[in-house]
Design a protein around this ligand. Structure first.
Ligand SMILES: Cc1cc2nc3c(=O)[nH]c(=O)nc-3n(C[C@H](O)[C@H](O)[C@H](O)COP(=O)(O)O)c2cc1C
Length: 181
């Protein structure tokens, strides 16, 4: 079975997770901006990785563009984020806003804590972060939004690796299988 990893991020955490996964699964990781249809068609299992910014998955447009091909594949999606979602309603909202309806029935979804180093952010992203914090009422959540973190760790990939390995032998799920780490 052919597995391919496609990712889209901004500051390197998503790329790093994609590369770690590629090493473990002995496959390749490719930036979403340089994929082509032939590359996708040759894969049976597609692992998509995306950073999230203000509730938007960076890979959302790519998922919409390639949904006709992706519908035929086993799709795993890992979201690299600051706050992994655990509330089912919040997860549903994220899916509704970012993932084409055609891909939702056959999707396993994972949340991985990523990295944010304020000094590395663009002026615009620093501003967005400050604005987001200004609109957040809960003081602890506000502080967390503004605090640097680096949680990129190979160990966090274990649930995805297990799911991918089992999808090689099992038929696809018919309901979204949501997991987070
Ligand atoms: C402006 C800004 C907005 C963000 N918005 C969210 C968000 O809505 N939800 C979340 O969980 N994390 C959010 N994050 C955290 C990023 O998803 C996290 O830093 C991730 O690791 C970025 O991945 P990358 O390095 O591949 O770009 C935000 C970070 C910044 C700088």
């Amino acid at each position: 079975m052919n597995t391919i990893i496609i990712y889209k991020g901004k500051y390197g955490a998503t790329r790093q997770y994609a590369q770690l996964l590629a090493q473990t699964l002995n496959t390749t990781s490719v930036d979403a901006s340089v994929t082509d249809d032939a590359m996708l068609r040759s894969a049976n299992i597609v692992i998509a990785g995306s950073a999230i910014y203000i509730g938007r998955l960076m890979i959302s447009a790519w998922l919409h563009k390639h949904k006709a091909i992706l519908e035929q594949k086993q799709l795993h999606l890992f979201v690299v984020c600051g706050t992994p979602l655990s509330d089912q309603q919040a997860i549903k909202t994220l899916i509704d806003r970012n993932i084409p309806a055609e891909l939702r029935h056959n999707l396993s979804l994972f949340f991985l804590k990523g990295r944010m180093i304020k000094e590395n952010l663009s002026f615009k992203d620093r501003l967005l972060l400050r604005m987001g914090a200004a609109f957040t009422k809960d003081p602890e959540a506000k502080n967390n939004m503004l605090r640097n973190f680096d949680e990129v760790k190979a160990d966090h990939l274990t649930p995805i690796i297990l799911a991918v390995k089992s999808s090689i032998t099992e038929p696809p799920e018919h309901t979204p299988n949501m997991k987070n780490h």
